[in-house]
Design a protein around this ligand. Structure first.
Ligand code: ZN
Length: 197
């Protein structure tokens, strides 16, 4: 029983079979070879505390360092498996970086850890409030009728900044229900802004 629990979240090395702890995610701690990209947690990948507020500059710095360290060119001419794993590691880092830098994706990830799923249609545990749908509908109508649609750009960007602040506060208070509503709200305003561009 204990054995099974201890194995969860560990990454086995394809070469020496050593079971690496999940904090060891790039290279095998025993033989040094590259590991398969099994861990998806962006906070683990970037060795960050699981908090909503992050420092984007620090994340970008860490991203660039990881990119250099794991660039597929560094593994050219080695084992085919190693080359493939290096490519997978780079793809995973790219995705993790995108998640961390997006207020919405980062929040969706953190909420998922609390068992709350939003913005994924089918299996959402929290749905958008009717007031939000009405609000968005009204804004879209105003945009359609406006002479200068670009004026709404600043308005929508301000809205997103406002929601981001609310997200920061709600995560600080561990109010995940409110953070879930913010995240849905963010997604609707983000989409409206994207449609405008
Ligand atoms: Zn190994």
């Amino acid at each position: 029983m204990w054995r099974i629990i201890l194995c969860i979240g560990m990454v086995a090395c394809f070469k020496c079979s050593h079971k690496n702890p999940k904090t060891e995610i790039f290279f095998c701690q025993k033989c040094g070879i590259i590991l398969p990209a099994l861990i998806e947690d962006p906070y683990l990948i970037f060795s960050l505390k699981r908090e909503y507020v992050i420092n984007p500059n620090d994340v970008t710095k860490a991203y660039n360092q990881l990119q250099t360290k794991l660039h597929p060119d560094n593994f050219l001419g080695t084992d085919k498996v190693v080359e493939l794993l290096a490519t997978q590691q780079i793809m995973r880092i790219k995705h993790a970086y995108k998640v961390l830098l997006s207020p919405r994706l980062r929040s969706e990830f953190l909420l998922k850890q609390q068992g709350i799923i939003v913005n994924h249609d089918g299996n959402d545990t929290v749905k958008p409030a009717i007031e939000l749908l009405t609000e968005i509908f009204a804004i879209k109508e105003q945009i359609t009728e406006a002479e200068d649609q670009q004026e709404f750009r600043v308005y929508l960007q301000d809205k997103l900044a406002e929601i981001e602040q609310s997200l920061e506060q709600n995560f600080r208070l561990s109010d995940y229900k409110a953070a879930a509503q913010d995240t849905i709200r963010y997604s609707y305003f983000e989409k409206t802004l994207e449609d405008l561009l």
